[in-house]
Design a protein around this ligand. Structure first.
Ligand code: ADP
Ligand code: MG
Length: 352
């Protein structure tokens, strides 16, 4: 078994604390994604699991082994970085086998393991090439191959696709998902890209300022966020937020020029709240008069209409079908109040 148990992990650099007590369980064979904005501590947490950063307080166990103070080489992990760090003078085959060779493994064993990794990653025709003669995607496959060859219990990826162009990223994302299916090892994957998180993860861990905001399956986080931060981070385009106040048991939302009966445990009158509406849950009413269409983006199958309320608040609406808005239109907005989410205006916690 090679799941992970992370208990009250704290990281300080001198006087500056950057991780504030992280508790997390990752199951054996799970694909776990750490996601959050730049600087939230994703790499720090991953590097503490890898043994590349000292764990100031708390513990990390892999399977039944407490690895908190172990060297990286003893932990049974292999890490894939954003930069491929391949040896330029070695062939693909030599790059993949180098770690095992340094550790004195016999040539026959290295050949077998490199051949297996090469088959999984479809690198057979490139084995004799040097890195300079490979595309970015192929280089990253070699660096993943180097990790596979080591046969780790846990794979750690730190933004491995960030250096690739958009098309290749999508391709490699599918490759990594396939790889996980084929070898079934525990994988922890760091990204700031919520689309990567949504498409790859069994479990997403949303981090912010060195703390876990929420842990859940992709659609759990999308459908049932615990707070405004997670609601705004998961989903693209992001959820729309408008200010409101509880009045007469409903949410008075000036930006919508109406009161909304959100079906939640409604707080008392006078409380400041934020209402959240996803672009895909709004429809434009061409006969309405509450909003102005500032601009539109037509992507083909869908368009996004950027609306401005009389309060100056911005709202993005997803539109499909033949009738779509144009810039300058005056429109109204329709939605099912049951789709709206409510957040405490102060704590930003979800009101359910
Ligand atoms: P992410 O990978 O989510 O972008 P990091 O884990 O790299 O974020 O960084 C988390 C926080 O720790 C940031 O505020 C960063 O400035 C800080 N940090 C990272 N490395 C060091 C270091 N060696 N010394 C001091 N602060 C650091
Ligand atoms: Mg990072």
């Amino acid at each position: 078994m090679s799941g992970l148990t992370i208990r009250n992990v704290i990281k300080r650099y001198g006087d500056v604390q950057v991780m504030h007590g992280v508790d997390l369980d990752i199951a054996d064979g799970e694909f776990c994604v750490f996601v959050g904005p730049s600087g939230c501590g994703k790499s720090t947490l991953l590097r503490m699991i890898a043994g590349l950063e000292e764990i100031t307080e708390g513990s990390v166990s892999i399977g039944a082994r407490d690895v908190t103070r172990m060297d990286p080489s003893e932990r049974g992990v292999a890490m894939v970085f954003q930069t491929y760090a391949l040896y330029p003078h070695m062939t693909v085959k030599e790059n993949m086998g180098f770690g095992l060779k340094m550790n004195g493994h016999p040539k026959s064993e290295i050949d077998t393991k490199v051949a297996e990794a090469s088959r999984i990653l479809k690198l057979d025709e490139y084995l004799a090439r040097k890195p300079a003669a490979l595309s970015g995607g192929q280089r990253q496959r070699v660096s993943i191959g180097r990790a596979i060859v080591r046969g780790p219990e846990v794979f750690l990826f730190d933004e491995p696709l960030s250096n690739l162009d958009a098309e290749l990223r999508v391709e490699m994302r599918v490759e990594i998902a396939r790889l996980h299916k084929e070898i079934g090892a525990t994988m922890i994957y760091v990204t700031h890209d919520q689309v990567e998180a949504m498409t790859l993860a069994d479990k997403i861990v949303v981090l912010r300022l060195g703390r876990i905001e929420q842990v859940g399956a992709p659609l759990e986080l999308y459908r049932d966020p615990d707070n405004k931060f997670v609601a705004g981070f998961i989903g693209s385009p992001a959820m729309n937020f408008l200010s409101g106040k509880i009045e007469g048991g409903k949410v008075n939302v000036p930006g919508l020029q109406t009161s909304v009966a959100v079906p939640v445990n409604m707080p008392g009158d006078g409380m400041d709240v934020t209402i959240g509406l996803r672009p895909e849950h709004l429809t434009v009413d061409p006969n309405g008069t509450t909003h102005t269409v500032d601009m539109t983006e037509a992507l083909g199958g869908v368009s996004y209409a950027y609306l401005i309320s009389s309060t100056g608040e911005k709202i993005i609406v997803e539109e499909r079908g033949d009738l779509r808005s144009s810039a300058g239109d005056t429109v109204g907005l329709n939605f099912d109040p049951a789709r709206a989410m409510l957040f405490d205006g102060q704590s930003e916690l979800r009101i359910r």
